[in-house]
Design a protein around this ligand. Structure first.
Ligand code: ADP
Ligand code: MG
Length: 686
């Protein structure tokens, strides 16, 4: 049979049946899935480490022979031990391998087996021990020893049921077959990468030397960047080819709104509105990203865009990721726009989509606000000329597209509070034009942030909170979980609610989390906004966009469990009014790592600084939303450190798309399947 990257793995006759079953379980279907299952590390099995006779600083890899495997305990503390000796030396050195709660291992380790062990050696009493080592039994018959031994051997990340040897053999076979059959290149010819694709794959799985390995890694990383940016360049080309028409009114309605507001737009907001205005006025559909830190006033800018479009005869839709946020936008927009004679509709899960959409069939101009529920109505929205998507990283590409498809080539404005470094923006959002609100409205109180250990400071916190509540302020108390869990030892809103209620009495506390029914949630938010509730004991459902200026205090418990960007978002719920605000990040144990991480928030309130720090700590996937940015497809490439390679890949992809915007030339057809459409990623319940 002949092989390609697209060959279904269940058609490979030589593939071990048990392996096939387990690969299918983790969603692998094609040869390509296996090829990009890269080793997590390598063992040099040409030169093993010496059999250890003392503790080691780092893990080592050595060979030995099992001489005793009888020690196993199935009592309360379940463990299994195997004794290994130095089979090639005098057999004098011995070491114990030990596993806790994994007694099934004893079935795999039998006296007389030759074994390869990888782990860190420690001393326990007189014994040398490795806890939970990685190991591989060397076959008695030494079958396929050229694959597993006497070489730099790949060690793969495994999931349950899959073991190193069959996987390694399968990959070895597959690569040999691909070499025979010929394998198409993905990267166009370029100066940086010389290695052919098949050579790079052969090398990353079965390297001949460390130098070769580095070159192969670079070739494959460049390929990943190329694919990522081919997608971006393709989307941009598709968008640029859309028919469209100008969609911008004179600005009369806009002036009316602005003169009715109690504040003036910041100059950054005005600049962004100007940029949007010229997009709307041009016949090409707008495709713009509006970036602005929490509290910078993105909503107003979006409303300006909506007014300009409405004045030109369009309707508009605004989609937000949570019910709370959609309700809030609905309240604000109704207040601002209804006096101007504009219908403001709401479409959320609890309201049936189609029953609300006839709003658009009326003659007067309309804007509809909603959650994902907007996507599920069957009908198109008539005259939908502008689509605004708030907190866009919470949506998948498909979800955005579904809403856009409800109109015919509408203008699109997506918004995010995550400031993204410029190089990343180009790579991941290169198909969008970008406007940045880089200034906060004046007259905001200061936010002071403190990192504290919860045990020591809880009672002080209660006192402080009561004083502030007494002055008329309101507060958020945030926990990671909805209810207590056996597995994860962190606080939950249900577990802690009673205590807060009692200790803050007579002030009124209320619970808020993602599992509360939407109606109830609205009513709670409403009462909080009106001041009838003083403290919300909440999960991160309040993370996005909630705007209650009188709430000036926030406690976040088990703060070390959240990402920096997320904490910054949470903190953005306070500091929205004239009063000074206080954010206290409570930790269980203040480890050095937690201190360093949370210290960033103590020192900075600049979203850019925090995003950069988060990027370094957790990589871009967390920051940008994995699926929708395509970043989860980067297995080798590092967007942050490999900027040269990223640049090279970007220029390759744009050259290709310039010459073949639809990727339809015969020599490029094999690249078409690299254009991705992600699955829906529905909102997460926090
Ligand atoms: P975000 O960018 O986080 O979405 P919002 O649009 O919710 O921010 O705005 C935060 C708050 O600031 C709202 O109460 C809004 O009315 C107010 N606001 C917006 N622009 C200005 C401005 N230019 N001056 C004063 N307040 C403003
Ligand atoms: Mg917002």
């Amino acid at each position: 049979m002949s092989f390609s990257a697209e060959t279904p793995i269940d058609e490979i006759a030589s593939l071990d049946k048990k392996l096939l079953k387990n690969l299918t379980k983790i969603g692998y279907t094609k040869v390509n899935d296996l090829l990009s299952h890269y080793p997590k590390r390598y063992e040099n099995r040409e030169q093993f480490n010496e059999f250890p006779y003392e503790p080691t600083e780092s893990p080592i890899c050595f060979k030995g022979e099992v001489i005793d495997s009888s020690k196993k305990f199935f009592g309360r503390r379940r463990f299994f031990e195997a004794l290994i000796s130095d089979s090639e030396g005098a057999g004098l050195n011995q070491i114990t391998l030990r596993w806790f709660n994994m007694v099934f291992i004893h079935k795999m380790i039998i006296v007389g087996h030759k074994i390869i062990v990888y782990g860190k050696v420690k001393k326990s009493g007189k014994r040398l021990i490795i806890d939970h080592p990685e190991f591989e039994i060397v076959d008695a018959d030494n079958a396929n020893s050229g694959i597993h031994l006497d070489r730099i051997t790949p060690i793969y990340p495994l999931s349950s049921g899959i073991s190193q040897r069959p996987l390694r053999e399968a990959l070895f076979d597959i690569i040999e077959n691909l070499e025979k059959d010929g394998f198409p290149e993905i990267l166009p010819p370029n100066d940086l990468v010389e290695m052919s694709r098949i050579k790079a794959l052969r090398t990353i799985h079965f390297p001949a030397s460390d130098n070769d390995l580095a070159a192969a890694r670079q070739a494959l990383a460049c390929e990943e960047f190329f694919i990522l940016q081919l997608n971006v360049a393709y989307r941009k080309a598709q968008h640029d080819a859309l028919p469209g028409s100008a969609n911008c009114g004179s600005g009369k309605l806009l002036s009316k709104l602005l003169s009715s507001l109690p504040f003036k737009m910041t100059s950054a907001q005005s600049r962004c509105v100007d940029e949007i205005r010229s997009d709307l006025a041009s016949p090409k559909p707008m495709n713009r990203l509006l970036q602005g830190d929490v509290g910078s006033g993105k909503t107003l800018v979006a409303v300006c865009a909506i007014l300009l479009a409405i004045e030109a005869g369009s309707d508009a839709a605004l989609m937000a990721p949570t019910q709370i946020l959609a309700e809030q936008h609905h309240a604000v927009l109704s207040q601002w726009l209804e006096p101007l004679g504009i219908n403001v509709g709401l479409c959320t899960a609890k309201k049936k989509t189609d029953s609300d959409l006839p709003l658009f069939k009326k003659n007067s101009a309309s804007v509809i606000i909603g959650t994902h529920a907007l996507l599920y109505g069957s009908s198109n929205i008539q005259r939908l000329g502008l689509v605004v998507i708030d907190e866009q990283h919470k949506f998948g590409v498909n979800q955005r597209q579904k809403l856009i498809n409800k109109g015919s080539c509408p203008d699109v404005l997506v918004m995010t509070a995550t400031p993204i470094p410029r190089t990343l923006t180009l790579t991941v959002y290169g198909d969008l034009d970008v406007s940045v609100i880089d200034e906060l409205p004046p007259g905001r109180g200061k936010i002071s942030t403190y990192v504290r250990q919860s045990k020591k400071h809880l009672s002080d916190s209660v006192k402080f909170l009561k004083t502030k509540l007494g002055e008329g302020r309101q507060a958020y108390v945030v926990y990671p979980l909805i209810e207590d869990s056996e597995k994860i030892k962190v606080g939950s809103v249900e577990g802690e609610f009673q205590k807060w209620s009692e200790s803050l009495s007579p002030f009124k506390c209320e619970l808020l989390h993602g599992r509360i029914a939407p109606d109830e949630k609205d009513s709670i938010m409403g009462r909080f906004r009106d001041g009838a509730i003083h403290v919300l004991i909440s999960t991160t459902v309040i993370e996005v966009g909630v705007d209650v200026p009188n709430a000036t205090i926030m406690y976040v418990f088990d703060a070390e469990r959240f990402g920096l960007a997320q904490l910054h978002q949470l903190r953005g719920r306070i500091g929205r009014g004239e009063h000074n605000s206080y954010c206290v990040l409570m930790t269980g144990k203040l480890t050095g790592e937690a201190k360093e991480k949370l210290g960033v928030l103590e020192q900075s309130s600049d979203g850019f600084v925090i995003a950069e720090a988060d990027l370094k700590l957790r990589g871009p996937g967390e920051l940008l939303g994995k699926a929708q940015s395509g970043i989860d497809r980067l297995k080798l490439g590092d967007l942050i450190t490999e900027t040269e390679l990223v640049k090279q890949a970007r220029s390759l992809s744009s050259t290709l798309i310039e010459s073949d915007p639809n990727i339809e030339n015969p020599e490029n057809l094999h690249l078409r399947k690299l254009i991705m459409f992600d699955d829906d990623n529905d909102g997460v319940v926090a």
